[in-house]
Design a protein around this ligand. Structure first.
Ligand code: HEC
Ligand code: HEC
Length: 198
């Protein structure tokens, strides 16, 4: 089975892996003193998120903050599924998040702090890709070409393979139909039935 980056590289040869490495390095260098303190005092979250390809060690905690804060109302969406510019819009306007204000607390769900946003953005920036020039940004994950690129089998198999439960609409609520461990940020474990077609 090809790994995550290889799959993306297959369809997007024009993206240089060195750019990714460069971004990761830059991200690493950008850690300020204040952030270092914040990191030390951040709550210890569950270790070993089983998601996609492992992130470099300096991104582990950023990824955990992302999964915890963005996975409390719906499953956390891997940043690779939307262009970086779309994430920027989402992260810059937490007050208007699909009718929810993420700057306010909702029951047990804490309001997003500036530090949370900063840490999440580091992680998102390092694990997403830019849109093309003049590309219309997708508002939904399901309409993103990055989503389609990572789901080559889904379109045709959903209709043709027996034993596969296909949701009518692909939304943050229905990822778990095929990814039963999505709430643990594990998108590699597939629902039974998929092995037949892969
Ligand atoms: C307080 C609840 C809540 C939190 C916390 C939350 N979201 Fe959402 N999010 C929603 C709702 C409501 C929708 C609307 C979609 C739906 O559920 O049908 C949504 C939708 C989305 C979508 C669009 C999915 C699609 O269908 O294409 C993305 C992307 C997204 N959220 C990302 C995030 C990110 C990133 C964070 C962390 C910064 C986050 N969410 C945190 C409530 C939340
Ligand atoms: C109809 C079933 C189905 C639905 C719904 C679905 N996926 Fe997938 N997903 C798959 C399959 C199957 C693969 C393996 C690639 C392929 O063959 O298409 C996959 C692959 C992935 C991968 C790449 C994992 C890797 O190997 O690194 C990610 C990330 C992912 N899905 C995220 C999501 C998210 C987020 C949602 C909801 C917005 C979602 N998927 C909805 C079936 C589905």
């Amino acid at each position: 089975m090809l790994n995550f980056l290889q799959k993306l590289q297959q369809w997007g040869r024009r993206f240089s892996p060195w750019k990714t490495v460069g971004l990761l390095l830059l991200g690493g260098m950008a850690i300020g003193f204040g952030l270092a303190i914040a990191l030390q005092t951040a709550p210890a979250l569950a270790q070993g998120v089983k998601a996609l390809d492992p992130v470099p060690p300096e991104f582990t905690l950023r990824q955990q903050v992302y999964v915890e804060r963005c996975g409390s109302c719906h499953v956390a969406i891997p940043p690779a599924l939307l262009p970086r510019e779309r994430w920027e819009e989402l992260i810059q306007r937490p007050e208007q998040h699909f009718g929810v204000n993420l700057r306010q607390s909702h029951g047990d769900i804490r309001a997003l702090s500036n530090i949370d946003i900063r840490l999440m953005w580091d992680y998102i920036r390092a694990t997403s890709r830019n849109a093309q020039i003049r590309e219309t940004l997708p508002t939904q994950v399901s309409s993103s070409r990055f989503f389609r690129a990572l789901h080559p089998k889904v379109a045709e198999s959903c209709r043709t393979l027996a034993g596969i439960n296909c949701p009518d609409r692909i939304t943050v609520q229905t990822c778990s139909v095929c990814h039963p461990q999505a709430s643990d940020y594990d998108y590699r474990t597939l629902a039974p039935g998929w092995e037949l077609g892969l």
